[in-house]
Design a protein around this ligand. Sequence first.
Ligand code: ADP
Ligand code: MG
Length: 345
Amino acid sequence: MPAHRMKNLKRMVSRLREKWLPGCGKSPSAEVLEFGGLTMGTTYGIVLHGLPAGTRIEVLKDAVHGAVHDIDRRMSTHRKDSELSRFNAHRSREPFTVSAGTAEVFRISGRVSEASGGAFDITVGPLVNAWGFGPERFSPVPDDATIAALREKVGWHLVEVRDDNTLVKKHPDLLCDLSAVAKGYGVDKAAEALDQLGADHYLVEVGGELRTKGVNPHGRPWQLAIERPGDGEQQAQVVVGLSGLSLATSGDYRIFRVSDGKRLSHEIDPRSGCPVKDSVASASVIHPSCAWADAYATALMVLGPEEGIAFAEKNRLAAYLIERKATGEFAGRQTKAFGQYSSGG
Ligand code: ADP
Ligand code: MG
């Protein structure tokens, strides 16, 4: 695994603990279980308590592990044999059958694309690769002619999802990338696996995307921190208390490239074909479904501070943006719906 990836993983592991801030008052309930592992090029972590009597820990671990790995196997662009990679390699307009889960992620993606006027777009794959954020890294920065040519093969309406779970390409060279939504979907599937085993109180995380149920071990809503951007010590910008909801954050301060002294964000604006301008350092969304929260958070990064907040208000999203000012300082902006969950910021 490349060094920059590994460093990322270490930061992610410490994040779960940092996000699970201790509550005041009550001492934690007796048995708190924490476990995790590696998936989707990042880490996952679970905090659980109040398990039904007789629940075997190994069963819980296997269920979560199975759920997240299943999503990775189906939706990764880094695995040549994933369902998604096979669909990408299928250079034809003939229908391609996928599993119900993959079709569902394509449907969610299409809805968020439509709502955001194409800011969120999973067909952005050729541009993601050209800018060096795909499976093969460190490509040179593309010129205008290359970008213009690639944009011919990008557009969310170029893929059709049919009711029988077949996908149809309207351009044979279409390359889809589910990286902006699959982690959130993996969180949802891990949470559903825990639900089936009778778990009532948990926090699930995959690569910084989170979903909660019940209360934390102190008997309060799970206390989750949205990180203040920066290279140094991790600090909370704002803390939210969630129970039964998900929180997803997209940010340009952890994964980016530098070209001619400028930061290149890994979120691409499909409307220009270029990395988004770095005025939003991070965008966070609270939503019942982590897949939707993940997709919306990416859409807000692309839309930028003004359009992003207007879009989030119009769609009644609980959203929080951290804007990078020209002075280099950071400023938080939140929607009305976000206020009910937050303290600080
Ligand atoms: P993170 O991985 O930091 O949580 P996101 O959820 O925003 O961030 O996902 C970013 C990834 O999604 C990029 O690395 C790229 O693979 C893909 N992507 C880039 N731009 C877009 C876009 N406009 N719409 C959908 N996916 C995108
Ligand atoms: Mg996302």
